[in-house]
Ligand binder design. Structure first.
Ligand SMILES: Cc1cc2nc3c(=O)[nH]c(=O)nc-3n(C[C@H](O)[C@H](O)[C@H](O)COP(=O)(O)O)c2cc1C
Length: 313
């Protein structure tokens, strides 16, 4: 899983918080790219193609910036205006960011109690991030609650100590690292690979067909070596025959598995080695290629829509 950090600080040399956060993210997150857009585009002329390419490569995008006038610095606004364009982020063909995680991570100067109806900032911090939340929704992205710390300004002798700001910056990093770890464990590729292992373990023991049908979509297309079947009934029909002919405690070994995202679904290509003993006592060995089309449901379960098996013996 790849994480992209869009770092937007107009004056990073003088930054305490954002500089520290960006450096720590680079060190502590695996497979991360930090793009310092003020440094890349001091003239505000964004290279749209390069930025879009970086987005396409990423699963999670963290926008890291200081909270300025209840908003993002101008360079980041320019970046959004240019990069999140028609037929990329929205519009009839604008689904290129679909499903990617969208994380705002910013540092807020004012104290937490100022961001309340009776405080001098009147509104909650989350009230100020609404336009970004809707930007993520329109782009079909997965908007996560913003990550921020208050009291991030250090004014010597007046407000805060440098150490206190640094400590809060470190807390912010920890929250982000935990979030990424969490997202990684829900990584679709991992979920599907874990499922494939479990699926074949159930075949090994010739488990009840309820387990399998739970993971088969209504009307799914099933093409086994023995013929074509459809949906739950089709599976049960095929499986009843298999159970008649094969003893439990057989072996399915996944030799290779490849998962590719494809328009909201996943294509799963597997090669599987199978060893079994027939009920008449013969040993059976079969090498198969399997091509599945699956989805991950909202509650995180894998559902099979197409299951195609071809013998390669
Ligand atoms: C131009 C400007 C505008 C700011 N606006 C706000 C604001 O609206 N609300 C707030 O709480 N802090 C505000 N601050 C304080 C910044 O949020 C704070 O300086 C920053 O988060 C510290 O991060 P850094 O050390 O990376 O620069 C502002 C600071 C500047 C320079």
């Amino acid at each position: 899983m790849k994480t992209l950090v869009i770092l937007a600080h107009p004056n990073l040399d003088e930054s305490i918080a954002n500089k520290r956060i960006a450096e720590q993210l680079e060190k502590n997150i695996k497979n991360v790219e930090v793009r310092d857009i003020m440094n890349l585009y001091p003239d505000f002329k964004i290279d749209i193609e390069t930025e879009q390419e970086a987005l396409l490569q990423a699963d999670t995008i963290i926008f890291q910036y200081p909270f300025w006038w209840y908003n993002m610095p101008a360079i980041l606004k320019q970046w959004f205006d240019d990069v999140f364009c028609f037929n990329f982020a929205f519009g009839p063909e604008g689904d290129k960011l679909k499903g990617k995680n969208f994380v705002l991570s910013f540092t807020v100067g004012g104290p937490a109690d100022s961001y309340s109806p009776l405080g001098y900032n009147h509104y909650r911090v989350e009230d100020f991030t609404r336009p970004m939340e809707q930007t993520a929704y329109l782009s079909q992205m997965n908007y996560l609650p913003p990550v921020y710390q208050n009291g991030m300004v250090y004014i010597p002798g007046v407000y805060n100590t440098k150490e206190a700001v640094e400590e809060r910056a470190d807390q912010q990093v920890q929250t982000l690292v935990d979030l990424i770890t969490d997202l990684q464990s829900n990584d679709p590729e991992k979920v599907i690979k874990g499922f494939a292992k479990e699926w074949f373990e159930h075949f090994d023991v010739l488990a009840d067909d309820g387990y399998f049908n739970n993971h088969i979509a209504n009307g799914a297309k099933l093409q086994f070596v023995e013929g074509e079947f459809e949906g739950h009934e089709g599976f049960s029909q095929w499986y009843a025959e298999i159970k008649k002919n094969i003893k439990p405690n057989n072996e399915h070994r996944i030799e290779s598995i490849n998962v590719t995202a494809n328009n909201g679904h996943f294509d799963v290509d597997l090669t599987v080695k199978m060893k079994a003993e027939t009920t008449s006592g013969d040993l059976m060995q079969l090498n198969v290629k399997e091509n599945w089309k699956v989805e991950i449901t909202r509650d995180g379960r894998v559902k099979i829509h197409e299951y195609i098996v071809n013998s390669v013996n």
